[in-house]
Write a protein that binds this ligand. Sequence first.
Ligand code: MN
Length: 732
Amino acid sequence: MERFEFDTLRERARYLSGAEIQLLRRAYMTAARAHKGQVRRSGEPYLSHPLAVAGILADLHLDAVSVACGLLHDVVEDTDYGLDEIEGQFGKDFRRIISGLTKLAKVHFRSPEANQAENVRKMILAMTEDTRVILVKLADRLHNMRTLDVLRAEKRQRIASETLDIYAPIAGRLGMGKIEAELQDLSLRHLEPQTYRVLDARVQAKRRWANEFIREVSHTLNRELRAEEIPGELSGRTKSIYSIYQKMKRQKVELDQMYDFIALRLVTDTVPHCYTALGVIHNSWKPIPGRIKDFIAMPRANGYQSLHTSVVTRSGTHFEVQIRTTDMHRVAEEGIAAHWRYKASTQYGERDMKRFAWLRRVLEWQRDVDDPHEFLNSLKIDLFPDEVHCFTPKGEVKTLPRGATPIDFAYAIHTEVGHSCIGARVNGVVAPLRYQLRNGDICEIQTRKHHLPSRAWLKIAKTNRARSKIRARLNAEAKREAIEIGRKLLEKEARAHQLSLRRVRNAPLLAEALRRHGAGSLDDLFAVVGYGKVPAARVLKDCFPKDRFRKDGERIEETEDGSGLVAKVRRFIGGQPGQILVDGLDDILVRRARCCSPLPGEAISGYITRGQGVAVHSARCPQLDLTQDPERRVPVTWKATTGNSYDARLLLRVENRKGMLRDISKVIADSDTDIRDLKGRADDASRAAVQVTVAVQNAKEVRSIARLLQQVPGVVAVERGAPGRISRRAAT
Ligand code: MN
């Protein structure tokens, strides 16, 4: 049986050398071993599929590597076989092509939006390092479409619409007209079975008559051509069902009015003979004005060349004639595949590879345009592509400028996803936020509720959208905090003069004070003070008659970077000069940084933020390195008091078993510690993540709880986490 199967392929690959047939045989043996025991949905052995794909590639007379990759294309995806084994056995070319195919297998297209389809097509081409990846992929898809009937209706439709939106246009763009037409017809058959059946029946009936007509016309034309000594071969075809369907839909033309339902093709030897033949044809039948197209002088974007004309017989039957040389014909039928056509004893040198790379780039970016000027324009714009196309984990494509980072990607998904972005995984691996996205990357954004963008992001983000969203959010946040700080400062200043904030609110002179400092509301006035632009004492003085004050409000030197505020905050917090004692952190001006949430007993470092008071970070917090201004660093130490408790969060990786949460909470309760929050999330049937927040007094306490948890059966790992570290996947 196996022997017989390979013989069929060998027959179709007769154009290859003996050594190359041996290569195919080795690929065949490997595929047979790898897929052994696997069965297709139809019940056939799985091997029948790669064998058929290789057959399609052999029919295109592609090089031995392409055909062999057809045999091996599903091996890495569907079996235990790895890329290293492929490379070891067959070499680097095979690795490149098979890994390209494996990557493409993960691309799924589900969005109904047309511009998304264009992005996916561009991206597939951009992802492809070797054109042969696309050729094998198209052969794969063609065979899958030919054998789609065994699948359920829903799946059939999904695959068919993906084929119609993505793969048929790629085949067309690469000039592979024959494969494009078959993919389209097969797609239509599954997407609109009713329409297809009706059209097919009508076309079949018309075809019987058309074939008779083609025979007669060919006979006449052959005689005329022989008289002019033009060599060549005539053939006829009728229009494909899908293109009839499209023309009916788009131009509201009935089948009987389609001038190009019947087309004759003359393949001759030279270009002059093409033009002579055109004259011969116009002598025999009446040409239809405006229907002559010279694609020899002005080739189509995908390299297609031919002369087209439409003529009408005396009895009123229209038909189209296409005239081209043998070379042009090969390009028309096979497109880019013609370039990968087997060349006996020719190795593809570096020059060839470069040529193909260039060709690929041209083909990648062109639109399907008939007008060569339009083509040149789009070529100019697109030849130096400055876009990258990346996926969300759900397969949606985001197009970003080159150099864009996960932050841009996050803001492209949704503003909120951008704001709450705390990290990214690219192709399943944790990547820094500075990572420059590449074509085909699958980017997953990790988020944390209530997280805020940092100023450092403005340098990382490349898109205007992301930058303006970050700036807006930073400003809003700074203002919110400035209002709070301003209120505190004003309140403290008021108290020093035996006044309350309420008295300030009701002061008769308040309206004038607001005007003087350009504030539209009391909050605005607080903000002005909080930003350090106006001292609280000055505001107070403006609100009340002069005699209430023993001395003038001190004036803070205003500077662009807010160092006036820094001085103010230092003075406000007091303590030993240059050192801040941190205690319960209940004061608005001193707070635990949310990124690392340090605990008493841990080394800490303070940072005076603009409008946010002092943030106390763990000395090891990576966020500290992001803060640019060493001027604003202040030494802080824990005040030696007891009785304060702090929230600390622990993240546990555990086995997903019954009673796990109960055991965890029991251990914590037994150690006499309060649990503030406990959440679990199953990753899959065997693993889960647990997040527990406990109230502790210091770092030592949380370490001892972690040790106890480590001993619970099924707990794999315990680590300290910042609040909200259990990430959720981005919404799209
Ligand atoms: Mn396959």
